[in-house]
Structures are given as C-alpha cells and as structure tokens.
Design a protein. Sequence first.
Length: 490
Amino acid sequence: MKKLKVIGIGVLSTFLTLNGCGGGGSPTVASTSSGIGGTGVASSGTITGFGSIFVNGVEYFTDQANVEFNDQQGVASQLKLGMKVNLQANVVNNVAHATSVVFDFEAQGPVSGLTVSPDGLTKTFSVLGTTMKVNKTTTVFDNSKTFKFANLVNNQLVSVSGLFDANSVLIVDFIETAGDFSVGSSVVEIKGLVTGLMSNNDFMLGNIKVIGGSVPTLEKLPNGLSNNLFVEVKGKMSDSTTLIATKIQGEQQGFSGFVGGVKFEGKAELEGYVTDFISNASFKVNGQLVDATNATFKPSGSSVINGTKIEVNGNVMNGILQATKVHVENEDIKLYGQVSALPTLTSGKKLTLSIGTSTIDVTFDTSTLFNDGQGNVDNMTIDNLVVGDYVEIKASKISGVIVASTVKRDDVDDQVIKGPLDSNGITTSTITILGVTMNLDSSTKYQDNTLSQSAFINLINSSATVKVIEVKDKLVNGVVDGIADEVSFD
C-alpha cells in the first residue's frame, strides 16, 4: 500500500476535516517516500477511491480528461470502484491531471460451471471459456442491493473487470449483471489471442469460434488480422461455442500496445500479477515486460514469483518497463469484526476493530478499497462507516503496521482473525495473533476437528512452514465470548 503521492489545491481542505476524497476520507498528506513525478505519466490499475479517481494510490483529477468507457465516449461518473483503468496524465507541481482514462470490461457473457470454495469465500466460473474467480470480500458487486456474492448463479449475463493471474484466471475486482443470458440476442465481449485464422477472417479465441468475415472494418489493426494478435471481439452467440462478430479490434497489452495509436514511452505505474517469470530481469505484469534488476523491493527483502501481486514504478523504454520500485502485496491478514472506533484528527487514518474481547488497529491509505457489501452506498469511503458496523478486512503488515487493502462492510457474522502467530503465541489456554488474544477451552476445535489440541500445538511449534493461523469466535445470540471456537492453519 502507498500513501497519497500527489495532492491538488482542490483537496487541501481535507487536511483539516475528515470529509476527504477517495478511499481515505480522513486527512491526506503528500508522501515524499514515493511518487509518480515527472511531467507525463501512464498508469494501469484498479480504482480504489473517488473525489477525482485514485489508481495505484495516486489521485488523478479527471476534469480535463477524455474518458473512454467500454469503447465508447464516456464520462468520469461512469467509473466505479474496482474497475481497472489505463490512463495518461500530466503532472505539474506534483499535481496529476489525467488527460485520458480508458476503461474496458475484460469480458461480458454468461456464467457457466459455477463452483463454490469449501470455505464459501470464493466462487469460480467460466465466461466464454475464460476462468474467473470472485471473492466475497474483495470483489465489488455493482452496489445493487439485489446483486451480491450470494446471488451469482449460472446463466447470468455478467460484465467483469479484473487482473489475470499466472494461471490465466481472471481475479475479478468488479462485476455487474444485466440479467439472464439469451443465445442470439445478448451482446457478448471477449478478448484473447487469435489462433487458427482462416482467409475469411474466421478464427478461434480459446475454445470459441469467431465468425469474423461479416465485420466491415477491423479497428486498431492497421495490418489486418494474424495469428497471435491480441484482440477484442463483440457480437452475439449463435450457440454455446460460436460467436457472430459485429466488431473486432486490436487491444493493448501493457504499455507497449496502443495508447493514442502509438507506443508509450515514459514514467509509468502498473498493478497486476507476475507471469512468465524468468528472473528479476525478465517477467510480465498484465502482458507488460518488466526488468526489475535495479529496483528497490518493498517490503525490504521481498521477492517475486509467478502469481505474486505487485505494483511497479519505473520508466517504459523500448517497450520494457524498467522498474525502480516494486511493491509486493502480501495480503495474508484477514479480519472480521465490529468497528469500535473511527479516525479522528489526532488518530489519523486508522480504524479500530473489536474481535472477540480484544481490539486491533488497522491503517488505511489511498490504495485501500472500501466496499459496501450491503449494497447501500455507491463508491463507498471511510466516511460511510459508523461505529458498530461489521467489516471484513484483507490486509498486509508493513513495517509493523497493519495496512488494509480492502475494507468491506458486511452483515453481522462470526468474528475472525487470520494472520501470523505472535512469538510464543499459543499455549494450552490462549492463542495470540497480531496482538489479539483469544482463550482456548475444551470446546475449541482444531483443523476442522481433525487434530487434538496437543497435536495441533506440537505441529505449530515444530513446523517451519506453518506461518498463518485463522481463529474464529462464533457469534451466539448476537454476542461473542472471546473463546476460540475454531483454530486452523493454511
């Protein structure tokens, strides 16, 4: 997570109030530890706040921006939390004004093959052959009271935005629905590499056959179609595997693709999952080739492999992002509890959570995404939370501070803490994680009741690989008692 790196005249008033913009909402201060700098930059990442827009922890003013929304001329008010955007901006006196903001759904089509994880926290499904995963905590459902994690079912027509992981699974950050899918009438949209190209411009995208011969104009494809080009196709399905195209256009991959019709060179920021990892000198993020040979890694000592989620700062030169900073996002902390204190002018950007009979402080910043799982508030901020709300938080521990990546307001439920066990943090009577202590008694179940207490403790003390523990205090008649009902490790 990064603190706000550019601040404009329009938000200086937030210094004295708690009604700030973006995911923060409380006092914001320009950080000197990192920044986009320069006079012209590009950024690709998820929107985490408003009042302008916040992308990769940076505030970009959009009053002068040309907004393209799903291949149409758009306006900034169409943008929502969780949407992944590509933008360009000019920076003057450390204030960033976006000149262009481009949003495009990664796919639009019917949900099929839906499965639910054993813990009930994720759903995996396919849209036109692309595997996708939504998370109960981190995925933003379109803030409609009727469309939530529990309502996602097969044959819904959905539009999704997110980031592809190293296994080509789309980790969905934003999803909306247009009701039920209908063959022959519902408009669909997919992206991918052209294979099996025929002379009449029919081809394959994954396991979908695209009938492209009837499309009058190929867009952003000056040399026409060829195999292995990355394209977007829109049209209607004639059956479950055949798409009759109405539009085919070339698509951007990383900063080396189409940006205003030319390849981008200059300062850039990028968020995504590491793929095609060979070494620190050669890997990809969202299709962009990265060289991190001379980069500073944060937290110190971090490393990357395929599947690691990172933010990268650097300069694009000759199509390669030469990284100067790599921020590794280790979201291994999960908290579910009740808000007991909100930020004040003296406490800063911090909220306090009650879990069991203990409390824990959580810091947030401009990279933190606030999500209303109850569907009552569009583009939620910290200002929409009240003491007594139940929230689910995913976070990382950075320099000894717990920093939230996602804060989701949700319904009342069992209280949970998941994170690294404190030093000497488990005895026969207590367990302590991140400073939160819960009692253990004869009713506590260990590893889904497959281990005794002594076996569990021996395994924890003897294992070098068991580092993250989850403890649940179940809600009974609306209260928790501070006694762990379930203890388990990943």
